[in-house]
Design a protein around this ligand. Structure first.
Ligand code: IPE
Ligand code: MG
Length: 226
């Protein structure tokens, strides 16, 4: 969800206004995902690297997150949305961590849509934490498999993302779901996140549906080399 700051700066507004507008898009896109029957929606809200931003901006984002979690819990329950945080919890304040755990627990049994909120998240960090868990459990070398590692990632139990959309014109992954994105389709749009509407989301899904996913195989029906 990139481009909140630029959206605000373009309008001569403080960056916080862009983040506020960004939260509104989260609600809209989550509703749209529910309507489409999407089962998992992962939102990159705050990276581990984002901790290097000025204290004042971090506090705006954390306050918005808090308000979002408090305000949207009712809606999660009404729409049967399960909320799950992915990322490194150590750096979060105890208050935010407790609130996240509360929302995760309350929504645990909801099954219509799982929303992964990537917070204090870094793909490399997630892999390192998973490897540490393997070592802590004295896992025998021959039992170290892709499946086993996948079960130790923050996304354990969730399918790999089919489509990754990046807004704001940047064409990079920025440490997002490095392990899980091995065969994801990518879509880059120059739209800034606060302008990313339901219509553009639907268009992105439509584009995705026209992709030819082969997963390294040859296309069905193609003559095989003997
Ligand atoms: C995305 O918008 C939100 C967060 C990373 C928290 P940015 O804040 O990165 O916006 P730009 O990239 O500066 O426009
Ligand atoms: Mg950015």
């Amino acid at each position: 969800m990139d481009g909140n700051g630029r959206w605000a700066e373009l309008r001569g507004l403080p960056r916080s206004e862009g983040h506020k507008r960004g939260v509104e898009r989260v609600s809209e896109i989550t509703r749209a995902a529910c309507g489409l029957g999407i089962k998992t929606l992962s939102l990159y809200a705050f990276s581990l690297e984002n901790w290097n931003r000025p204290e004042s901006e971090i506090s705006v984002i954390m306050n918005l997150l808090e308000t979002f979690l408090i305000n949207d819990l009712d809606n999660f329950m009404k729409e049967s949305i399960r909320f799950r945080m992915i990322g490194n919890r150590d750096k979060l304040s105890a208050h935010i961590r407790d609130l996240i755990e509360h929302v995760e627990k309350t929504t645990e049994a909801n099954a219509r849509l799982v929303v992964h909120c990537a917070l204090s998240y870094g793909g490399r960090d997630e892999i390192i934490r998973a490897v540490r868990k393997l070592l802590q459990a004295d896992t025998p070398i021959e039992e170290i498999t892709e499946e086993r590692l996948a079960c130790l990632m923050d996304t354990a139990g969730a399918p790999d993302p089919d489509l990754i959309i990046r807004t704001s014109g940047e064409q990079r992954l920025s440490n997002f779901l490095l392990w899980q994105s091995a065969y994801s389709e990518f879509l880059f749009t120059s739209t800034l996140w606060p302008d990313f509407t339901r219509e553009e989301f639907l268009e992105a899904i439509y584009q995705y549906q026209m992709r030819d996913r082969r997963f390294g195989k040859v296309k069905d029906g193609k003559i095989q080399c003997s």
